[in-house]
Ligand binder design. Structure first.
Ligand code: CA
Length: 226
């Protein structure tokens, strides 16, 4: 597991950028696998189950958006987009591809390393989780370590915050949680947002995980799972 956590896949067709990232990321202690094409990148992700993917958008075969979309059908691995244009940022956000972050070119490789580390820290499993896999009702499981949600054994692709919200519910099954508790637990106490953020994400979880998900609305309080 330790090694799998430290492997990164870089999908970038510009050899200079790829080599620069490779140099800095290796220096920071990561194992780096490079792909210059989207399809090859998908193969590497499938074979090596990296801790994180750095993903360029303009690629010679399928573009980075398509790569991300396909990755998300089987995995919740964090994706850091490497973007060249403002228009791409709009698409990353607008399409809700489940990207975890993006950096714009030209970027400083040190900044990329810092972002990678920050995302991996964020994704560290909570040490309080005695169990890696939490069952929710008969049909759903949450694998905290692998960051995978499943419905009847099928992986359900979730955006980062959706997964974290589900994991938080899973750790507190049977307990009615207020929207404020959910905001503090998932988004952090220093996050500026309101209750609607929680409602929107709960709606997404229900939509993606199906009607059988035992996620109840507790009137006047918030939500309860299980
Ligand atoms: Ca490119």
């Amino acid at each position: 597991m330790a090694e799998a956590e430290r492997t990164l896949v870089v999908i970038e067709d510009d050899g200079n950028i790829a080599d620069l990232l490779d140099l800095y990321l290796r220096e920071a202690g990561f194992r780096v696998l490079q792909a210059s094409h989207g399809e090859r990148g998908l193969e590497l992700i499938e074979q090596h189950r990296p801790a994180l993917v750095l993903l360029d958008i303009g690629l010679p075969d399928i573009d980075g958006f398509e790569v991300c979309r396909r990755v998300r059908t089987t995995s919740n691995v964090p994706v850091l987009f490497l973007t060249a244009r403002d228009g791409e940022i709009d698409r990353i956000i607008g399409l809700e591809l489940g990207a975890d972050d993006y950096v714009t070119k030209p970027f400083s490789p040190r900044e990329v390393v810092a972002r990678v580390k920050a995302i991996l820290r964020r994704g560290q499993p909570d040490p309080r989780d005695a169990r890696d896999v939490v069952h929710i009702g008969d049909d759903h499981t949450v694998d905290i370590t692998r960051r995978e949600a499943r419905c009847r054994d099928q992986v359900v692709p979730l955006a980062t915050k959706e997964f974290e919200l589900l994991a938080f519910f899973a750790r507190n099954q049977g307990i009615a949680l207020s929207r404020q508790q959910l905001l503090d637990g998932v988004w952090g106490a220093d996050w500026y947002g309101d209750d609607r953020t929680v409602d929107v994400h709960v709606r997404q979880l229900r939509k993606k995980l199906g009607d059988d998900l035992p996620l109840a609305t507790v009137w006047g309080i918030g939500y309860r799972l299980g």
